[in-house]
Design a protein around this ligand. Structure first.
Ligand code: AMP
Ligand code: TRP
Length: 334
């Protein structure tokens, strides 16, 4: 296509709406990176079923996730936006990689430890255990130089690199060794009700701002955000996590520096900051939500865009899988 380096990243279709943390922490960056990279963005439905899913909800959430990515600036001309299960090579390469991963190595992955704690290890699925190996396959199929992810994914990218180096060493140069591009700490958005915890769909619903929330709900969530009692508008994550989070969101949405915000709001009350911030966020999110709803009103067209993305993804993925099968000694079907 071009001689730009490849990039791959993925997100789970595990909710009906992305939240402000997903948007400001990941999506904005992904939209920017697509100019400098030949980007592949994958909606990882195979990963989603590592924990129980309602089939109808999974279908709806997959389309909703795709629509929000497109609405927020992923350009289907520039980048391949596709659904993981549309590209069979993901599951196929995952099998080969599972066969070069040690049990102990897989057992050290902290996401499995965290996620299996809820139900207990015995009732967690084997798929949840091998999740990071499927993720390695997602990545390595596309020969990407860059994998933009959040800090929590660092360990999975390390495993991916280890597996790629091991495979290349055992079977000959096959994979590009990818680099994690970890978004900076300042891009982290915190829960409005509990501002020392990161904003997350499993947190307090009142502290969670969703891209698909209606405007009145967003205003209400900002107006009731937790702050503190000293009344000073100043950025200090330690002493003033609530106010700092509000300033951080403001700065991320508008590009205005924290310092300039501190000066502009000096002497003003928290109510003024919250009110203005709510307006700014609503003005920013409303067009994205409207565009996403528009895309969702025509699922056939949305599916067509995803099919086009899958065709591009399949082309690259098939090439890598063929090289892998050949390297490990599978004879070609004729
Ligand atoms: P998740 O919903 O946890 O699978 O995350 C999807 C993407 O959004 C990942 O790249 C995360 O690093 C990013 N992300 C999730 N929550 C936040 C947050 N509160 N602040 C910034 N980025 C986030
Ligand atoms: N595990 C990632 C998360 O929880 C999602 C993911 C799956 C992913 N495959 C990927 C991220 C490949 C980057 C690259 O957010």
């Amino acid at each position: 296509m071009t001689n730009k380096p490849n990039l791959l990243s993925g997100m789970q279709p595990s909710a009906g709406s992305l939240h402000l943390g997903n948007y400001l922490g990941a999506l904005v960056n992904w939209a920017q990176m697509q100019d400098d990279y030949n980007a592949f963005y994958c909606i990882v439905d195979l990963h989603a079923i590592t924990v129980p899913q309602d089939p109808n909800e999974l279908r709806a959430n997959t389309r909703r996730t795709a629509a929000q990515y497109l609405a927020a600036g992923i350009d289907s001309e520039k980048s391949a936006l596709f659904v993981q299960s549309h590209v069979p090579a993901h599951a196929q390469l995952a099998w080969v990689l599972q066969c070069i991963t040690g049990m102990g190595e897989a057992g050290r992955m902290t996401q499995f430890k965290d996620k299996s704690q809820k139900s207990g290890v015995d009732s967690a699925s084997v798929g949840l255990y091998t999740y990071p190996i499927l993720q390695a396959a997602d990545i390595l199929l596309y020969q990407p130089k860059a994998v933009p992810v959040g800090e929590d994914q660092r360990q999975h990218i390390e495993l991916t690199r280890d597996l790629a180096i091991r495979f290349n060493g055992r079977f000959g140069e096959t994979f590009v060794i990818p680099e994690a591009v970890i978004l900076k700490e300042t891009a982290k958005i915190y829960d409005l009700q509990n501002p020392t915890a990161k904003m997350s769909k499993s947190g307090d619903p009142k502290g969670l701002v969703n891209l698909m929330d209606d405007s009145a709900a967003i205003v209400k969530k900002f107006k009731t955000a937790v702050t503190d009692t000293d009344g000073e508008i100043r950025f200090d994550r330690e002493a003033k996590p609530g106010v700092s989070n509000l300033l951080g969101i403001y700065s991320a949405v508008t590009g205005e520096s924290i310092r300039s915000l501190e000066e502009r709001f000096a002497g003003a009350g928290y109510g003024a900051l919250k009110g203005e911030l709510a307006e700014v966020v609503v003005a920013h999110i409303e067009p994205i939500r409207n565009r996403a709803e528009e895309l969702l009103s025509d699922p056939a067209e949305l599916d067509r865009l995803l099919a086009a993305g899958a065709a591009r993804a399949n082309e690259q993925a098939e090439k890598t899988l063929k090289a892998v099968y050949d390297a490990v000694g599978f004879i070609a079907a004729r």
